[in-house]
Design a protein around this ligand. Structure first.
Ligand code: PEP
Ligand code: MN
Length: 326
């Protein structure tokens, strides 16, 4: 926002009045005029309220770069459930990678008992090494759908390349775009065209604006809704795999009113932090959690150290319910 002052106005009085409204502004001068350039960490204040300050001549607001995101309803509907403000927190859980049909059956049965809503699991895996397990592919998609249907769950799974999107969208209720792909505009377009709601993980070094723009791609190309998923940013400290950005969660939930969930599994990279980070996520305004779980984490084909054993899922859920009520 750029605020232009009348020639006779007192700039310091106006700057004070802007600050009283939570607007932090940089003073600029040119052509015998004073302007204030409002900083991005300011509060959201309507242009009309600024125009009402005596001495303000005009207010210029740049149009949003992501109008469809701004206009998105506060909840996204996926089949019979809603995710977002006011809806009960959604628990999306399952293995990092879908390994076998029996593995999924054990997990899906446990999730149904624990009260989870979504079964997650990668059929196509975006691995850092080309020699690491890359996922079971199309058969894993079928196993996911069947296990979810047997246990009344919805399916969320990732499309890694544009060539997977059609097959993924056929079985998934919610199509996941992973952190490594958040900037992949060709994939975002294809996922949008598939017409399914999207779970958009934040790039591990993406700004919030870039994240919102990635969602705009999906919505502009036909996605009926986008749920944001904070999964941690790359930091400097190897004690945790990533650094979960709860500031971003609070901003999306409380200021931008976007549906946002948190993935403490990839955020922490270690199972002993999942519970406290899950509580923190809900307290910050997250509308759900994505948690990796495995019947035998020591034998997991990917991300074993961060997988919760199935028995721990119930331990996770009761404090989660407490925080939700609080
Ligand atoms: C995942 O959820 O399976 C995954 C690969 O996560 P991320 O994209 O956040 O690394
Ligand atoms: Mn994983």
């Amino acid at each position: 926002m750029i605020v232009t002052l009348k020639r006779e106005a007192d700039p310091s009085s106006i700057q004070r009045q802007l600050a009283e409204r939570g607007l932090w502004a940089q003073r600029l001068e040119g052509g015998n005029r004073v302007y204030f350039l409002v900083e991005p960490h300011s509060q959201r204040v309507a242009g009309d309220a600024v125009m009402a300050i005596a001495g303000v001549e005009s207010v210029a607001e740049s149009p949003s770069a992501h109008p469809r995101v701004d206009a998105q309803p506060r909840t996204v509907r996926i089949g019979r459930v809603s995710v977002g403000e006011g809806a009960p927190p959604a628990l999306m859980a399952g293995p990092c990678s879908v390994e076998s049909e029996p593995q999924l059956e054990i997990i899906a049965a446990a999730l149904e008992k624990a009260g989870a809503t979504f079964l997650r699991g990668g059929a196509f895996k975006p691995r850092s090494s080309p020699y690491a397990f890359q996922g079971r592919g199309p058969s894993a998609l079928r196993w996911l759908r069947d296990a979810a249907d047997r246990h009344g769950l919805l399916v969320v799974t990732e499309a890694v390349g544009a060539e997977d999107v059609e097959a993924v969208a056929e079985v998934a209720d919610l199509v996941q775009v992973g952190s490594r792909n958040m900037h992949n505009s060709a994939l975002l377009r294809t996922v949008g065209r598939a017409g399914k709601p999207v779970l958009l993980k934040r790039g591990m070094a993406a700004t919030i604006e870039e994240w919102l723009l990635a969602a705009e791609y999906c919505l502009a190309h036909g996605a009926p809704g986008v749920i944001f998923c904070e999964r941690g940013l790359r930091g400097f400290d190897p004690s945790t795999r990533n650094v979960l950005d709860f500031g971003a969660v609070a901003l999306l939930a409380h200021v931008l009113h976007q549906p946002v969930i948190v993935d403490p599994s990839h955020g922490a990279g270690r199972r002993d932090l999942i519970l406290p980070l899950a509580r923190a996520a809900l307290a910050a305004g997250a509308s759900g959690l994505m948690i990796e779980t495995h019947p035998d984490p020591g034998r997991a084909l990917s991300d074993g150290p961060q997988a919760l054993p199935l028995a721990a899922l119930n331990d996770l859920l009761s404090p989660v319910r407490e925080v939700t009520h609080a």
